[in-house]
Design a protein around this ligand. Structure first.
Ligand SMILES: *Cc1c(COP(=O)(O)O)cnc(C)c1O
Length: 323
């Protein structure tokens, strides 16, 4: 039996419809071999938020408990977190300011357009990606000086509290796999800012499972993302008041090379043509390509965690099909 995580005392603002389905992908199994289960976090059921709905339940929950009135966060122009945060802030009756790196584009990319349509204010830093989290803090301080009650959330929602959303997701998948009597060989998840993987690792450890989790790094070099995921895992476990996993559970592969991208695009087509499963090019097609490799080389069940990315997935298709 699994012990429920997180502790009930943690404030939570419901956004997602849970549990998300865990489904066997029989047609992909026929092509790729092995046993493949897909955790459908593209179906979390809040806007197009995908996995980000889980982090936001705890981030917004904390903000509501502290009576904050404006959520300040941000990311890149293609960030899936930005529109998810904008919608979640609205659902909780808060305003939202998004700090986006780079200069204002002539045409808003779809994710930013969606965020703005949710009423978010956009601020462009004119600077590079690394300065975004500092700019988010500055914007929050500016708003506080105006008498507002802002809450600053790091990009991607990857704070220890945000990661708790994925610790809860770990409990969810443990219950689903136990019901199926399946002990997975590996869980594969796309990793950007690290909170998703960290929460999963902390949650699995909290449930007493030392299952293998492979994070597929789409934006950061391995040394940087590995230490980041490890730090977030420990901080999340501390909130949960459970022991963290051992350091060697933090396993990542680099999917930033152009070859990885080319393979991902082929896998993306395969997923659509066999299962009608929609993947995006940045995150889920790359993590799915790694899951497909692991199916070929691993005995036992591979769980592919579909983290969403619906808006860019649809946008990338526009005009590309040969009819
Ligand atoms: C944000 C995101 C991830 C990765 O989540 P992190 O917590 O930032 O590592 C994976 N897949 C999709 C589609 C995302 O939007």
């Amino acid at each position: 039996m699994t012990v429920p995580l997180p502790p009930v005392a943690l404030p939570r603002f419901t956004l997602a419809t849970l549990p998300t389905p865990l489904v066997q992908a029989r047609r992909l199994e026929r092509v790729l071999g092995g046993r493949l289960l897909v955790k459908r976090d593209d179906l979390t059921g809040f806007g197009a938020a995908g996995n980000k709905a889980r982090q936001l339940e705890y981030l917004v929950g904390a903000a509501v408990a502290e009576q904050r009135d404006v959520l300040v966060t941000g990311g890149g122009p293609g960030s899936n977190f930005c529109p998810a945060a904008a919608g979640a802030a609205r659902a909780a009756g808060m305003e939202c300011t998004l700090v986006v790196y780079g200069d204002p584009p002539a045409v808003l990319p779809p994710n930013l357009a969606l965020a703005r349509a949710c009423g978010a204010r956009l601020r462009f830093t004119g600077a590079g990606r690394d300065l975004v989290d500092a700019a988010i803090e500055q914007e929050a301080q500016r708003l506080a000086a105006e008498g507002r009650r802002p809450v600053a959330v790091p990009r991607g929602g990857s704070s220890p509290v945000g990661a708790v959303g994925f610790a809860a997701a770990a409990t969810e998948v443990v219950a689903q796999l136990e019901a199926l009597r399946v002990e997975p060989a590996v869980i594969v998840v796309a990793t950007g800012s690290g909170g998703t993987q960290a929460g999963l690792l902390a949650g699995l450890a909290g449930c007493g499972k030392d299952w293998r989790v492979v994070g597929v790094s789409v934006s950061r070099p391995l040394p940087e993302i590995t230490s980041r995921v490890w730090e977030l895992t420990q901080a999340c476990a501390a909130i949960l008041q459970r022991p963290p996993p051992s350091r060697d559970r933090v396993e990542l592969v680099d999917a930033r090379r152009p070859e990885a991208q080319a393979r991902a695009i082929r896998r993306r087509r395969l997923a659509l043509e066999t299962e009608g499963l929609l993947l995006d090019e940045t995150y889920t097609a790359r993590s799915f390509a790694v899951a497909a490799d692991l199916l070929a080389t691993t005995d036992g069940t591979v769980v592919f965690w579909h983290t969403g990315g619906l808006v860019p997935a649809l946008t990338a298709l526009t005009g590309r099909l040969p009819h």
